[in-house]
Design a protein around this ligand. Structure first.
Ligand code: 9MR
Length: 502
């Protein structure tokens, strides 16, 4: 997390919980309105309390006050793309729009995400350039703004559409060569535009002593699966890239342009996918969020709001998911205006909040570790209840409570598809708090674990042992914590897990 966020996290909450007075049958009842904790009233303040940024894609002609009021991060929607700023030899031109945006961000205490250095699309004068020219451009662009850019999208949209899991084959990826023919571009003798561009970007950052973090960004990589439970091969390919080039890559952007394409929907395993990338040690960002109203049967009210809530919650639940950026302010000014996918209506600086806005704000205000909703204060009845008559035939209630269960228990839920599965394991402490746990699971033959999150693991097939990591060992009495793992084969018939408390 950057120091700006750390600082803002420490800022005391000042807003008071809202309360409304209701007149019910003559009695005045105080009923707190959700959320119970002090609620911030802007997206940026609520996000800062939860330790993340909330950003927006912006253009120089739309720098209305709302930009700095509601958002703490800014991505130039078009003004840093190669077709705007690159010359054919990798130099810079026409940077005034980008400069305006960076200056605006700085004077409004906003982070900037540079977007984007290496991209098959909107390449302008760089189209068809060699890696050497790309490297020149990478150096010039990074150095122009230095550490004023917190995150750069170094490589954008490198993977093919239609869930093939393959790299694109048009320029610049057409320069790739698989020297030993093993089907990937990860070997030392291979040519890989992704690797070479990140190596160059890392050199520039290190040589300049910059704090800029280097990201890879793509779409349709959001869930572990796509519609119908098919594995998300595009997400898996991105995962392999980040794992292989982890030394150069600091952050991963899930664009999160959700629509009704089967590969672009919001799946329940979004959080698990964010988590597996986070477990590689990179920051994860939702970078271009917009949610087509088709995803909620054209319900741009409650349905769309609920979808926004899910995405925000998935990020909040993963500590290393450090930012969410929406791709524009209002529906009418969006690249996909007909799908009404953003948080505001209106335009030209005059905006109205949608239900989706309120849902996002509310979810952010709940923070990363929401406590269960507080119970509604009891309403004092105007007529005291009469004590129910005692039925002499009813036996008295037992006076001895059942013996408390100490230690822990665990349950597993599976999300399976042909050839693979994701398991979510819930660990529940018994009647006493626990300070550590381990869970033993025995997989059916043929099934094996490929990666796990929120737990240490030993073994991958047969009997596999999971134990807590530093931040989730302590569980209060009756409370739960979750970890997960992904596997190949079929997990149907998985024996009940055995939980042991430390
Ligand atoms: O929103 C952007 C739109 O104004 C541009 O015309 C378009 C082409 O450059 O790019 C849009 O932004 C894209 C982003 O740069 C990369 N991911 C997909 C975004 C939506 O198309």
């Amino acid at each position: 997390m950057n120091s700006d966020l750390r600082h803002r996290r420490k800022v005391a909450r000042t807003a008071l919980p809202t309360a409304v007075l209701l007149l019910l049958g003559g009695a005045v009842v105080v009923q707190s309105s959700a959320p119970a904790a002090a609620a911030e009233t802007t997206l940026r303040a609520a996000a800062a309390n939860a330790g993340l940024f909330f950003g927006v894609a912006a253009s120089p002609n739309r720098l209305y006050p709302i930009v700095g009021q509601e958002f703490s991060q800014l991505t130039p929607e078009n003004d840093m793309k190669p077709d705007r700023i690159a010359t054919s030899s990798g130099g810079l031109q026409n940077t005034s729009g980008a400069d305006t945006l960076v200056n605006h961000a700085q004077s409004n205490n906003m982070l900037v995400r540079g977007h984007t250095l290496v991209w098959h699309s909107q390449a302008g004068a760089l189209q068809g350039a060699s890696q050497a020219t790309l490297n020149t451009f990478i150096g010039n662009a990074i150095n122009r703004w230095g550490s004023r850019i917190a995150y750069w999208d170094v490589v954008n949209e490198a993977l093919e559409d239609n869930n093939t899991g393959r790299r694109r084959n048009q320029w610049p990826h057409s320069m790739n060569r698989d020297a030993n023919g093993d089907g990937d571009f990860f070997d030392a003798g291979d040519t890989d535009v992704i690797r070479d561009s990140f190596i160059r970007a890392k050199q520039v950052v290190q040589a300049g002593g910059l704090t800029t973090k280097l990201c890879i960004n793509d779409y349709d990589v959001d869930g572990l699966t796509v519609q119908g439970g098919t594995p998300n091969r595009k997400a898996n390919a991105l995962y392999d890239i980040v794992r292989n080039y982890r030394q150069y890559i600091d952050c991963v952007g899930f664009q999160a342009h959700f629509n009704d394409n089967p590969n672009s929907i919001i799946t329940d395993d979004l959080q698990a996918n964010i988590q597996r990338f986070a477990d590689l040690g990179v920051e994860v960002h939702i970078t271009e969020l917009d949610i087509d109203d088709d995803l909620s049967n054209n319900d741009i009210g409650a349905g769309q709001a609920e979808n926004y809530r899910k995405v925000v919650r998935a990020c909040l639940n993963v500590e290393r998911c450090t930012g969410i950026t929406v791709w524009g302010i209002s529906d009418s000014e969006s690249w996909r205006s007909s799908e009404r996918g953003l948080l505001f209506t209106g335009g030209n600086g005059s905006y109205q909040k949608k239900a989706a806005y309120h849902a996002v704000l509310d979810e952010l205000n709940k923070g990363r570790n929401p406590t269960p909703p507080s119970t509604t204060p009891p309403v004092t009845p105007s007529v005291p209840p009469t004590t129910p008559p005692v039925d002499p035939t009813t036996p008295p209630p037992p006076t001895t409570p059942p013996p408390p269960t100490t230690g822990c228990s665990a349950t597993v839920s599976l999300n399976s598809w042909t050839g693979g599965f994701v398991a979510t394991v819930r660990v529940t402490a018994g009647a006493a708090p626990i300070s550590g746990w381990s869970v033993q699971l025995t997989l059916p033959s043929g099934a094996s674990v490929t990666n796990a999150w929120n737990a240490n693991r030993s073994g991958s097939s047969g009997t596999v042992q999971f134990s807590n990591v530093s931040y989730n060992g302590s569980v209060n009495a009756g409370q739960t914590t979750e970890f997960g793992f992904q596997g190949v084969g079929t997990a149907t018939g998985l024996a009940a897990p055995v939980c042991t408390a430390a």
